[in-house]
Design a protein around this ligand. Sequence first.
Ligand code: PLP
Length: 296
Amino acid sequence: MTPQSLAHVNGEIVPINEAKISLLDWGFLHSDATYDVAHVWDGHFFRLDEHVQRYFAGMEKLRMSIPYNETQLTALLLKLVGQSGLRNAYVEMITTRGVPELGSRDPRTCKNQFFAFVVPFVWISQPDQGLHLAISQQQRIPSASVDPTIKNYHWLDLVMGQFEAYDQGAQTAAVVDDKGNIKEGPGFNIFIIKDRQLRTTAKGVLEGITRKTAIQLAQQLGLQVKLGEISAQDLRQADEAFATSTAGGIMAITQVDHQVLGRGQIGPLTQQLQDAYWAMHSEPKFALEVDYELPL
Ligand code: PLP
């Protein structure tokens, strides 16, 4: 079988290029949607149950629903990946508000829509490379306006931050709050390490599954982890820093704006955490095997 990207749309599995959604869906017109992204590594989903739980929690807060429960969704995603043949994959599940009745602007008249797709694994940065991060002037949309713990598509701040970063020759950006504290980046959380203590932003960010994994692994290594604010100066003066995301795992940050961070290489603790992160992928507790032989 040749591995290929697939989508689950309107209850059917189709090649991703043939997947279509309505132009009138509020997911498209108003970013009125929630989603989650899990990954498959070496033929196994990593911590899929936690992604599915976060996705259902987001839908509940947004008053959305889909015609599947968590067990049915898990089976559907396993089937989608199994049919794709992709052994290292990026798997996105999406609920949109849907299309309101003709002539109506009442979201209660919308029928929520479910979509999913699987594509080859996406890297924000390769594990053996250091990320060059710019601290953007862009402020993250305030949590009082859009709850960042609901995974959402309010990404204009993050995308404009990325453009700012490219203008400076950096690879990606961190957006800030109104006090200039570091929040998160396009698809990742941020950690610093100073004097063997880790710190990651407590509030105003998505509570990433990789962030949670990094915290657990650090604690297992006997390191202290603090949840709190990270100022721009804290980041610049850190011994080590890293980004966490489903799209790449634990990724060292080795340059901030025009300044090298630490020794300008992946730091020893970041390396240990990264090794532990990839090793965790073969622990049965966190790995759910995909069956690639299921009949179509
Ligand atoms: N922050 C934002 C805004 C994200 O979109 C993501 C993931 O896409 C993350 C953080 C990292 O979350 P996770 O580790 O669950 O992939």
